[in-house]
Design a protein around this ligand. Structure first.
Ligand SMILES: C[S@@+](CC[C@H](N)C(=O)[O-])C[C@H]1O[C@@H](n2cnc3c(N)ncnc32)[C@H](O)[C@@H]1O
Length: 201
Protein backbone atom coordinates (compact mmCIF):
# COMPACT_ATOMS: atom_id res chain seq x y z
CA UNK A 1 0.00 0.00 0.00
CA UNK A 2 1.47 3.36 -1.01
CA UNK A 3 0.74 6.76 0.39
CA UNK A 4 -0.36 10.10 -1.00
CA UNK A 5 2.25 11.61 1.33
CA UNK A 6 4.87 10.54 -1.19
CA UNK A 7 3.73 13.50 -3.31
CA UNK A 8 4.18 17.19 -2.61
CA UNK A 9 0.79 18.35 -3.83
CA UNK A 10 1.55 22.08 -3.79
CA UNK A 11 3.56 22.22 -7.04
CA UNK A 12 1.00 19.99 -8.76
CA UNK A 13 -1.82 22.28 -7.65
CA UNK A 14 0.10 25.37 -8.74
CA UNK A 15 1.46 24.07 -12.05
CA UNK A 16 -1.80 22.56 -13.25
CA UNK A 17 -4.37 24.64 -11.37
CA UNK A 18 -5.96 21.70 -9.54
CA UNK A 19 -8.42 22.88 -6.88
CA UNK A 20 -10.37 19.62 -6.59
CA UNK A 21 -9.05 16.28 -5.38
CA UNK A 22 -10.82 13.02 -6.23
CA UNK A 23 -9.68 9.89 -4.46
CA UNK A 24 -10.90 6.38 -5.27
CA UNK A 25 -10.60 4.03 -2.29
CA UNK A 26 -10.90 5.97 0.96
CA UNK A 27 -9.67 3.34 3.38
CA UNK A 28 -9.29 4.80 6.85
CA UNK A 29 -8.91 8.26 5.34
CA UNK A 30 -5.17 8.85 5.56
CA UNK A 31 -5.05 10.15 1.98
CA UNK A 32 -7.87 12.59 2.68
CA UNK A 33 -6.20 13.65 5.91
CA UNK A 34 -3.04 14.54 3.97
CA UNK A 35 -4.93 16.27 1.12
CA UNK A 36 -6.87 18.33 3.67
CA UNK A 37 -3.64 20.12 4.65
CA UNK A 38 -3.70 21.71 1.19
CA UNK A 39 -6.01 24.46 -0.05
CA UNK A 40 -8.33 22.32 -2.16
CA UNK A 41 -11.82 23.74 -2.64
CA UNK A 42 -13.31 20.24 -2.66
CA UNK A 43 -12.12 16.75 -1.77
CA UNK A 44 -14.18 13.80 -3.01
CA UNK A 45 -13.39 10.30 -1.85
CA UNK A 46 -15.26 7.09 -2.60
CA UNK A 47 -15.25 3.85 -0.64
CA UNK A 48 -17.14 0.68 -1.57
CA UNK A 49 -17.22 -0.85 1.93
CA UNK A 50 -20.03 0.67 4.04
CA UNK A 51 -18.30 0.32 7.43
CA UNK A 52 -15.02 1.78 6.17
CA UNK A 53 -16.89 4.65 4.51
CA UNK A 54 -18.88 5.37 7.69
CA UNK A 55 -15.72 5.55 9.80
CA UNK A 56 -14.06 7.90 7.31
CA UNK A 57 -17.16 10.10 7.12
CA UNK A 58 -17.06 10.48 10.89
CA UNK A 59 -13.36 11.39 10.75
CA UNK A 60 -13.95 14.33 8.38
CA UNK A 61 -17.29 15.50 9.65
CA UNK A 62 -15.85 18.92 10.56
CA UNK A 63 -14.30 19.62 7.14
CA UNK A 64 -17.01 20.86 4.75
CA UNK A 65 -14.68 20.39 1.76
CA UNK A 66 -14.66 16.60 2.22
CA UNK A 67 -17.37 14.37 0.77
CA UNK A 68 -17.09 10.68 1.59
CA UNK A 69 -19.17 8.68 -0.88
CA UNK A 70 -20.18 5.09 -0.26
CA UNK A 71 -20.52 3.40 -3.64
CA UNK A 72 -18.31 1.90 -6.31
CA UNK A 73 -15.58 4.13 -7.66
CA UNK A 74 -17.11 3.97 -11.12
CA UNK A 75 -20.54 5.03 -9.88
CA UNK A 76 -19.06 7.99 -7.97
CA UNK A 77 -16.93 9.15 -10.90
CA UNK A 78 -19.92 8.88 -13.24
CA UNK A 79 -22.08 10.96 -10.89
CA UNK A 80 -19.62 13.63 -9.74
CA UNK A 81 -17.38 14.35 -12.73
CA UNK A 82 -20.09 15.79 -15.00
CA UNK A 83 -20.60 18.49 -12.33
CA UNK A 84 -16.98 19.69 -12.50
CA UNK A 85 -16.29 22.01 -15.46
CA UNK A 86 -13.56 20.71 -17.80
CA UNK A 87 -11.59 23.94 -17.32
CA UNK A 88 -11.22 23.20 -13.60
CA UNK A 89 -8.49 20.55 -13.48
CA UNK A 90 -8.90 17.70 -11.02
CA UNK A 91 -6.11 15.95 -9.14
CA UNK A 92 -6.96 12.24 -8.99
CA UNK A 93 -5.54 9.78 -6.48
CA UNK A 94 -6.60 6.37 -7.83
CA UNK A 95 -6.16 3.87 -5.04
CA UNK A 96 -9.23 1.57 -5.08
CA UNK A 97 -8.57 -2.15 -5.11
CA UNK A 98 -9.44 -5.37 -3.26
CA UNK A 99 -12.59 -4.23 -1.40
CA UNK A 100 -12.08 -4.42 2.37
CA UNK A 101 -8.90 -6.52 2.09
CA UNK A 102 -6.27 -4.00 3.19
CA UNK A 103 -8.15 -3.61 6.48
CA UNK A 104 -8.73 -7.31 7.16
CA UNK A 105 -12.46 -7.15 6.39
CA UNK A 106 -12.20 -9.45 3.36
CA UNK A 107 -9.69 -11.59 1.49
CA UNK A 108 -7.85 -10.35 -1.61
CA UNK A 109 -9.73 -12.83 -3.81
CA UNK A 110 -13.16 -12.49 -2.19
CA UNK A 111 -14.61 -9.99 -4.66
CA UNK A 112 -15.52 -12.10 -7.69
CA UNK A 113 -16.22 -9.21 -10.07
CA UNK A 114 -12.83 -8.20 -11.54
CA UNK A 115 -14.11 -4.71 -12.34
CA UNK A 116 -14.85 -4.09 -8.66
CA UNK A 117 -11.76 -5.89 -7.39
CA UNK A 118 -9.37 -3.90 -9.62
CA UNK A 119 -11.31 -0.99 -11.09
CA UNK A 120 -8.36 1.09 -12.34
CA UNK A 121 -8.65 0.41 -16.08
CA UNK A 122 -12.35 1.23 -16.10
CA UNK A 123 -11.83 4.30 -13.89
CA UNK A 124 -9.26 5.71 -16.32
CA UNK A 125 -11.50 4.97 -19.26
CA UNK A 126 -14.44 6.67 -17.57
CA UNK A 127 -12.39 9.72 -16.58
CA UNK A 128 -11.11 10.06 -20.16
CA UNK A 129 -14.64 9.87 -21.53
CA UNK A 130 -16.19 12.26 -19.00
CA UNK A 131 -13.36 14.81 -18.90
CA UNK A 132 -12.38 14.73 -22.60
CA UNK A 133 -8.91 16.03 -23.44
CA UNK A 134 -8.21 17.64 -20.08
CA UNK A 135 -5.40 19.04 -17.92
CA UNK A 136 -6.18 16.77 -14.99
CA UNK A 137 -3.34 15.15 -13.07
CA UNK A 138 -3.57 11.46 -12.20
CA UNK A 139 -1.62 9.76 -9.41
CA UNK A 140 -1.99 5.98 -9.37
CA UNK A 141 -0.97 3.85 -6.41
CA UNK A 142 0.32 0.26 -6.37
CA UNK A 143 1.82 0.00 -9.82
CA UNK A 144 3.15 -3.40 -8.75
CA UNK A 145 -0.34 -4.86 -9.13
CA UNK A 146 0.16 -4.50 -12.89
CA UNK A 147 3.90 -4.76 -13.46
CA UNK A 148 6.86 -6.42 -11.73
CA UNK A 149 9.84 -4.16 -11.11
CA UNK A 150 12.48 -3.04 -8.61
CA UNK A 151 9.97 -1.74 -6.08
CA UNK A 152 11.17 -0.67 -2.66
CA UNK A 153 8.62 -3.05 -1.08
CA UNK A 154 9.10 -5.84 -3.63
CA UNK A 155 6.72 -7.29 -6.17
CA UNK A 156 3.09 -8.05 -5.43
CA UNK A 157 2.87 -11.07 -3.10
CA UNK A 158 1.24 -14.19 -4.54
CA UNK A 159 -1.75 -14.01 -2.17
CA UNK A 160 -2.83 -10.72 -3.78
CA UNK A 161 -2.13 -11.78 -7.36
CA UNK A 162 -5.51 -12.12 -9.03
CA UNK A 163 -4.85 -10.87 -12.56
CA UNK A 164 -4.30 -13.42 -15.33
CA UNK A 165 -0.86 -13.01 -16.98
CA UNK A 166 -2.30 -11.46 -20.15
CA UNK A 167 -3.87 -8.63 -18.11
CA UNK A 168 -0.80 -7.95 -15.94
CA UNK A 169 0.36 -4.85 -17.76
CA UNK A 170 -0.51 -1.18 -18.18
CA UNK A 171 -1.45 -1.36 -21.86
CA UNK A 172 -4.72 0.28 -20.84
CA UNK A 173 -2.66 3.41 -20.09
CA UNK A 174 0.05 3.25 -22.75
CA UNK A 175 -2.36 2.38 -25.56
CA UNK A 176 -5.32 4.42 -24.41
CA UNK A 177 -6.37 8.05 -24.74
CA UNK A 178 -4.09 9.14 -21.88
CA UNK A 179 -0.98 8.41 -23.92
CA UNK A 180 -2.03 11.10 -26.40
CA UNK A 181 -2.57 13.91 -23.89
CA UNK A 182 -0.38 13.06 -20.88
CA UNK A 183 3.22 12.27 -19.96
CA UNK A 184 3.71 9.11 -17.95
CA UNK A 185 6.22 8.56 -15.16
CA UNK A 186 6.86 5.48 -13.03
CA UNK A 187 8.16 5.67 -9.46
CA UNK A 188 9.51 2.55 -7.74
CA UNK A 189 9.28 3.74 -4.12
CA UNK A 190 6.95 1.85 -1.77
CA UNK A 191 4.67 -0.34 -3.93
CA UNK A 192 5.13 1.77 -7.06
CA UNK A 193 3.32 4.78 -8.48
CA UNK A 194 2.32 5.83 -11.96
CA UNK A 195 1.86 9.54 -12.58
CA UNK A 196 0.11 11.09 -15.56
CA UNK A 197 0.61 14.81 -16.12
CA UNK A 198 -0.69 16.88 -19.02
CA UNK A 199 1.74 17.43 -21.88
CA UNK A 200 2.74 21.05 -22.30
CA UNK A 201 0.49 22.73 -24.87
C1 LIG B 1 -5.43 1.05 -0.21
S1 LIG B 1 -6.98 1.37 0.47
C2 LIG B 1 -7.14 3.12 0.25
C3 LIG B 1 -6.17 3.97 1.05
C4 LIG B 1 -6.39 5.46 0.87
N1 LIG B 1 -6.56 5.82 -0.52
C5 LIG B 1 -5.25 6.28 1.44
O1 LIG B 1 -4.49 6.92 0.67
O2 LIG B 1 -5.11 6.32 2.66
C6 LIG B 1 -8.07 0.80 -0.80
C7 LIG B 1 -9.55 1.00 -0.49
O3 LIG B 1 -10.28 0.88 -1.72
C8 LIG B 1 -11.54 0.31 -1.42
N2 LIG B 1 -12.10 -0.23 -2.69
C9 LIG B 1 -11.76 -1.39 -3.28
N3 LIG B 1 -12.42 -1.54 -4.43
C10 LIG B 1 -13.20 -0.45 -4.58
C11 LIG B 1 -14.12 -0.04 -5.58
N4 LIG B 1 -14.36 -0.78 -6.67
N5 LIG B 1 -14.77 1.15 -5.42
C12 LIG B 1 -14.53 1.91 -4.30
N6 LIG B 1 -13.67 1.56 -3.32
C13 LIG B 1 -13.00 0.40 -3.45
C14 LIG B 1 -11.18 -0.74 -0.40
O4 LIG B 1 -12.30 -1.19 0.34
C15 LIG B 1 -10.12 -0.03 0.45
O5 LIG B 1 -10.69 0.59 1.58
Amino acid sequence: MGTLRYFNLQPLMESYGCRTLFETGTGIGDGVRYAAFYAFDAIYTVEIHPDIAATARERFIDDPRVQVLNETSEAALARVLPRIPAERPVLFWLDAHFPGADFGLAGYRDERDPDLRLPLARELDLIARLRGPCRDVILIDDLRIYEDGPYEMGNLPDFAQTLPPDLRNIDFVTRGPWARTHEMQRFREHTGYLVLTPRRP
